[in-house]
Design a protein around this ligand. Structure first.
Ligand code: FAD
Length: 457
């Protein structure tokens, strides 16, 4: 059967929901939201683990306390979401080596400062080179990189990992922190971060007792084909349903766009596919471990700690959850990219064994075994294919413009289409609003063109 409507929104993550909300509020109620999974939220996702609610995807409201108010912070406050302040810059004072010794804070601070300085210098040189401004090139650059920033010792490797995979802001100014402030709040609410999305959805989708019952939201609808022409769009789902509309908003992740899940007919033009290929997809994995009791230091400044190993990114970044959920006895370790893909491919028992080895290095042989482990698999999830987009530091602004530019009747949305806030929940949220606004503008123009044609006929 064929369903007709004026706009199809593909994806019910934060960007799809915020786009649909704007459309509905502006009178476009004749829309359908097609979501591949069995829930809304996308990369905002909680799961019950070890007696509490843990966030597999986004965990922090990043960018709070600045000149401008972060809209996601507003949403969190308005829906009464429980959050706690968290400051991971302290992690640098809790760096353990393989024998369980903590590096003296002087040593850690010095290595840190050196690493930041050399990273900044590297970027400046690359920028100069990139803009053809008489920078150094080729062999010189790699020599410089060797002298300056090639981290070698475990502590250098750990700091390099933290700087590049977590605290980019120390190296390059990041719009989120410049505009919304430098604080970050960890969501610690049984209803999950996703509660703000349900609240948003309820304002325009019929719901009852916290469940969305509106027939315009269609779950378990995996879009596999998107046909588009001057006259309209047609979308086919894996279960054989067909939807026709005037326009489509495509809010699937960059990782999905890079994969072959959706076939475009006609295919996307080169300027579009090239831009999609040029942006990197980060994999970021939070592994949760439940213990019978806690054996790690708590107290102020101890929430985050670092393990320095000769392999970069090997179970480097740790957090205890006692601030969020006192008495939960849960630790979180974050892996990224290659290490994420590696653990996704192996059994959870194997990963548990590795994590316990690392913890015994830090805290001694007598600590108890974890009783449970949770390993999210964002990379192997065919509706995600990664955690978030990561534009190369020296990337051409044309790349993000081309990624977000509409193609006829296809409007692109999602975190990766946000020029300033890509990679964040607020990036997705604001991108949704932005995409809906551009589409409304296009709809208005089309209506005008039609009216003009009619007067001439
Ligand atoms: P998504 O949430 O991915 O929504 C897209 C939707 O499209 C999904 O629901 C998907 O199922 C659906 N879909 C995919 N393919 C199809 C198809 N073929 N047919 C139909 N539907 C389809 N941000 C922060 O601000 N703070 C953080 O602390 C933070 N930490 C993060 C940690 C992790 C591990 C991850 C994964 C992300 C994190 N982020 C964080 C980023 C943030 O979660 C995302 O930027 C944001 O949620 C993206 O929203 P979106 O709507 O663009 O995409």
């Amino acid at each position: 059967s064929i369903t007709r409507c004026s706009v199809i929104v593909v994806g019910a993550g934060v960007s799809g929901i915020s786009a649909a909300k704007v459309l509905a509020e502006k009178g476009v109620e004749d829309l359908v939201i097609l979501e591949a999974s069995d829930r809304i939220g996308g990369r905002v996702r909680k799961e019950d683990f070890g007696g509490v609610s843990v966030e597999l995807g986004a965990g922090w409201v990043a960018g709070v306390g600045g000149k401008e108010s972060n809209p996601v912070w507003e949403l969190a406050r308005n829906s009464g979401l429980r959050t706690c302040f968290s400051d991971y810059s302290n992690a640098r004072y809790n760096i353990y080596d393989r024998s369980g010794k903590i590096f003296p804070s002087g040593v850690a601070a010095d290595s840190y400062k050196k690493a930041v300085e050399s990273a900044i210098q590297m970027i400046r040189h690359q920028e100069a080179n990139h803009h053809g401004g008489g920078g150094i090139g080729g062999a010189d650059l790699s020599k410089l990189s060797e002298q300056l920033s090639d981290p070698k010792t475990p502590i250098e490797l750990a700091i390099d990992f933290i700087l590049h995979d977590f605290e980019m802001a120390e190296v390059e100014p990041i719009s989120t922190f410049l505009e919304f402030g430098e604080q970050e709040y960890l969501v610690a609410d049984e209803r999950g971060y996703e509660y703000i999305l349900y609240k948003m959805a309820e304002t325009f989708l019929f719901s009852s007792e916290g469940k969305i019952l509106d027939s315009r939201l269609k779950l378990n609808k995996v879009v596999r084909e998107l046909q588009h022409s001057r006259n309209g769009v047609m979308v086919k789902t894996e279960d054989g349903c067909v939807y026709e509309a005037d326009y489509v908003i495509l809010s699937v992740s960059l990782g999905v766009l890079q994969s072959d899940l959706i076939t475009f007919r006609p295919p996307l033009p080169r300027w579009k596919t090239e831009a999609i290929e040029k942006c990197d997809v980060m994999v970021y994995t939070k592994i949760f471990l439940k213990f019978p009791y806690k054996f790690w230091p708590c107290g102020p400044g101890k929430e985050f700690f670092i393990y320095a190993h000769e392999r970069r990114g090997y179970f480097t970044f740790w957090q205890h959850m006692e601030n969020a959920y006192p008495g939960s006895n849960i630790l979180v370790v974050t892996l990224t990219n290659g290490e994420s893909k590696r653990v996704e491919a192996q059994s959870d028992e194997e990963t548990l064994k590795e994590a316990m080895g690392v913890l015994r290095d830090m805290f001694g042989p007598d600590i108890p075994n974890a009783t449970d482990i949770l390993v999210p698999r964002w990379w192997n999830n065919r509706f995600q294919r990664g955690s978030y987009s990561n534009y190369p530091i020296i990337s051409n602004p044309q790349v993000v413009n081309n990624i977000k530019a509409p193609l006829g009747r296809i409007f692109f949305s999602g975190e990766h289409t946000s020029e300033k806030f890509s990679g964040y929940v607020h990036g997705g949220y604001l991108a949704g609003i932005d995409t809906a606004d551009s589409l409304l503008e296009e709809m208005r123009k089309e209506a005008e063109r039609k009216a003009e044609n009619q007067t001439f006929m």
